[in-house]
Structures are given as structure tokens and as C-alpha cells.
Design a protein around this ligand. Structure first.
Ligand code: S3P
Length: 434
């Protein structure tokens, strides 16, 4: 355990870059490992979650080689790995790899994870993949052993929007010849759809009465391609939240600005921040820009409804924190999925805000946060193996009257190993603590 304090940072601001997007990186490794030929992946982030997927695809038979800062991945027919597939803390690794491996007949693989991942629900992917023909031994949580099979198609109505579930089904569907369609109530992040097209797979999307439908077409063979991983909006969100809280200005370069990921920027804009996009371009089918956030006036409270949840799923704890600095009561609706992330993030946010003097009113899956402009701080946060809870409350401390302590910063290495250095380079006052 290694504790740290975030303290008042009146000089906070400047320009920085963030690691490559974790979601895109997992997908790049998995699709390249399934494709015919060698793909070059550039700007692959160095966090532990993505390393779990990289090691897994290698264990499943793909060739993975470092080439300077790039990675070269050569795809193959996947085979049973020599040992367990250790997904560490990464739910995306576990769920996506199960989907991708499900269609290899006779492949047998046991998926394991750390204490946090071993508590997270896997039934949501096991059920549809079983319907397609794969078999699973184990319960609803890891460890789980998958046996691959020749798969049939599926028409699956997801009760909640989840890019991981959608992607697991689409990846399994690559090796099925039957029709494959996934419908979710609201569109979740679409990096799989974008990247499958880059690898030559046909697909289509449509809005129907039940929600957002994604289908695979007939062409499902993958051909190697090159992928440059754009900056992770969920990591950049901490840098931007720092600007919103302290009244500074921050620019993040080479940032992914896919519309299914820019919800937090939309929220900051609605709360009175200025959000500017410069130098727009395209990397591997994904929109990229340099984004600047500044706050020059009082933060306004916000009403954030459930249709907005998928585009902010990983930023909701941070949004609740920024709302604590607004002038009035904010409403964040439909936060139930936060209970099954790396920790119970809804519980962590409620406890963490209260410990820092903020009035919070939970009501089922909804949360009201009473902002009073200034925030006392002074709390100690137990991060419970959750990288985003650690980073969110350290960031909160930059704007509170008293410093905020988090009990353990080690989980930050799963997604943003340089978080402390990057924040300090912007003037954030982060100090080691007991
Ligand atoms: C992810 C999807 C989201 C998100 C997670 C990454 C992905 O999870 O919270 O950090 O890469 O598909 P859900 O699909 O469970 O909402």
C-alpha cells in the first residue's frame, strides 16, 4: 500500500498527453491476434490491464513482438493456452477474450483474475456465448473454464448498455456463419464496430424500437492492419476535472474524441467550462483532436440523465466530484452499473463525498449532489483496488480547502502508470502520505 494526498493547487494548468485508450488497445491486440497477417500497433498504452490482454493473446497462440515503441502482432488459429489466462484487474480482458476464444472448437482455457475481478459478474457474457454454443465450467465469477465450439448465430437483447458484452458477442460471431445481432438500450462505446471495419469485417448499425442494434455482415474474415491508439478520454478526464475544479486551463493532445466517449466533455461544457477542439484528424477510423478545457466562471449544477450514462460510464465518479464544486444541486441518474466496476463505485463515491463534507442524497440508482461552490475536503479514501477511485479523489483534493488522502495509489498502474508525474507537470500538488 502506498498512500498519497491531493492538496490545493492554485497554479494548476498547462499541456499534457495521456496514455493510449485502453478500450481501443484491448481491441487492437485481440483483432490483430485473430487476423491473417501481421498488424503494427503504435502507442499501445503500458498499463497492466492492456499487458494482461497482450500476454493472453500470446498464450492463445498469436505472435507478439516489440518493435521499438510499436508492437507487431501476427494472428493465427487460437489453441488452448499452456496455463491459466490471468486477466489481473481487467474486466475488459476477461469478457472480450472469452468472446473471441469461444468459436475455436476444442479450445479450453481457464480465466482467472485478481480479488476485484474475481467478484465481478461474468454471467452477462456466459449466457449469450452459451446460447451460441460455447460451454463454461465454474460459477458466475472467475475462475471460469471455457470450452470453444462451432458456434451458431444469435439475436441478443442486452438489458443494459455494455460495450464489453456487445463486443464479446461480436467477437464470438466472427467464427459463426449464422446471423449475429446485439441490441442495447442505448449505444455503448463503438470502438469494436470501428475497428472491425478497419480489419475488413462487414457490419451495420440501426436504431430500432428496442434501442441500438449492431449486426455482423457476411464478410467476417479479418485482415491485418495498422492501428495507432489515440489518447484515452477516461484518463484525460482527470486532467480536465482538475481544470474545472481549480479554475485552470488544460490542453490534452492526441485525444480520442469518439462521440461515444465525449460525454464528460459535454457535461463540463454544460456546467460552464469552455471546451475547445483543435487539429482534428483520424487515427485508425477514430476521430482525434487536441482538446482544451478551461473554467472562467462559477460551475453550474447539472442534470445527467440515464441515456447519457454509456458515454460517461467511467467518468461518473469524477462527474459527481465536479458537481460538488458547483453552485447548486446536481442530479446523476441511472448509476446502477457503477456497483459492478473494479469496486462498488457508487458506494465509494457516496462515502468519499460525504467524508469530504459534501451533502449527497442517494435514491436507488440516482444520486443528488449538493454543490456549495467550496468543498471542505480532509477525508481519507479507501480505494478498494480501484484505479479510477484513487485518481478521482486525488484530483478532488486539488480544489478542496483541506487535502484529501487516498490509502493506496498502486491500482493506478492498471490504466495510467504516469498519472502522478503528469498531474505534477501541470502543477498538481500531490504528496506522499502515511
Ligand atoms: C469497456 C466498457 C465499459 C467500461 C470499461 C471498458 C470496454 O464497461 O466501463 O472500462 O472497453 O468495452 P461495460 O461494458 O461493463 O459498461
Amino acid at each position: 500500500m502506498s498512500a498519497m494526498r491531493g492538496a490545493a493547487s492554485p497554479e494548476y494548468g498547462g499541456t499534457a498527453s495521456v496514455p493510449g485508450d485502453k478500450s481501443i488497445a484491448h481491441r487492437a491486440l485481440i483483432l490483430a491476434a485473430l487476423a491473417q497477417g501481421t498488424s503494427r500497433i503504435s502507442r499501445l498504452p503500458s498499463g497492466e490491464d492492456v499487458a494482461s490482454t497482450r500476454k493472453a493473446v500470446e498464450a492463445l497462440g498469436a505472435t507478439v513482438e516489440a518493435d521499438g515503441d510499436d508492437w507487431l502482432v501476427t494472428g493465427c488459429e487460437w489453441t488452448s493456452p499452456p496455463g491459466d489466462i490471468d486477466c489481473g484487474n481487467s474486466g475488459t480482458s476477461a469478457r472480450l477474450l472469452m468472446g473471441a476464444a469461444a468459436g475455436f472448437e476444442g479450445l479450453k482455457a481457464t480465466f482467472v483474475g485478481d480479488e476485484s475481478l474475481s467478484r465481478r459478474p461474468m454471467r452477462r457474457v456466459i449466457d449469450p456465448l452459451s446460447r451460441m454454443g460455447a460451454s463454461f465450467d465454474g460459477g458466475d465469477t472467475l475462475p471460469i473454464t471455457l470450452t470453444g465450439a462451432t458456434l451458431g448465430g444469435i439475436d441478443f437483447l442486452q438489458p443494459v448498455a455494455s460495450a464489453q458484452v456487445k463486443t464479446a458477442i461480436l467477437l464470438a460471431g466472427l467464427r459463426s456463419s449464422g446471423p449475429v445481432r446485439v441490441v442495447e438500450p442505448f449505444a455503448s462505446r463503438d470502438h469494436s464496430e470501428v475497428m472491425l471495419a478497419q480489419f475488413g469485417v462487414e457490419g451495420s448499425v440501426e436504431e430500432i424500437v428496442d434501442g441500438h442494434a449492431v449486426s455482423l455482415g457476411d464478410a467476417r474474415a479479418l485482415t491485418a492492419t495498422d492501428v495507432i491508439v489515440s489518447g484515452d478520454p477516461s484518463s484525460a478526464a482527470f486532467l480536465f476535472a482538475g481544470a474545472a475544479i481549480t479554475g485552470g486551463t488544460v490542453t490534452v493532445t492526441d485525444l480520442n474524441v469518439n462521440a461515444t466517449r465525449t460525454g464528460f466533455l459535454e457535461a463540463l461544457d454544460a456546467m460552464g467550462c469552455t471546451v475547445e477542439f483543435a487539429n482534428p484528424r483520424d487515427w485508425a477510423g477514430e476521430p482525434v483532436a487536441d482538446v482544451t478545457v478551461s473554467r472562467t466562471r462559477t460551475l453550474q449544477p447539472i442534470e445527467w440523465h440515464r441515456d447519457k450514462v454509456p458515454a460517461t460510464i467511467d467518468e461518473l465518479p469524477l462527474l459527481a466530484i465536479v458537481a460538488a464544486f458547483a453552485d447548486g444541486e446536481s442530479l446523476l441518474e441511472g448509476l446502477g452499473e457503477l456497483r459492478v466496476k473494479e469496486s462498488d463505485r457508487l458506494g465509494a463515491v457516496i462515502a468519499g463525498l460525504a467524508a469530504n463534507g459534501v451533502s449527497v442524497f442517494p435514491d436507488g440508482d440516482d444520486l443528488r449532489v449538493l454543490g456549495r461552490g467550496a468543498v471542505r475536503g480532509g477525508g481519507r479514501i479507501m480505494v478498494g483496488h480501484d484505479h479510477r477511485i484513487a485518481m478521482a479523489f486525488l484530483t478532488m483534493g486539488l480544489g478542496t480547502k483541506q487535502a484529501i488522502t487516498v490509502d493506496d495509489i498502486t491500482p493506478i498502474a492498471t490504466s495510467f502508470p504516469d498519472f502522478v508525474e503528469v498531474m505534477r507537470s501541470l502543477g498538481a500538488n500531490l504528496e506522499d502520505a502515511l
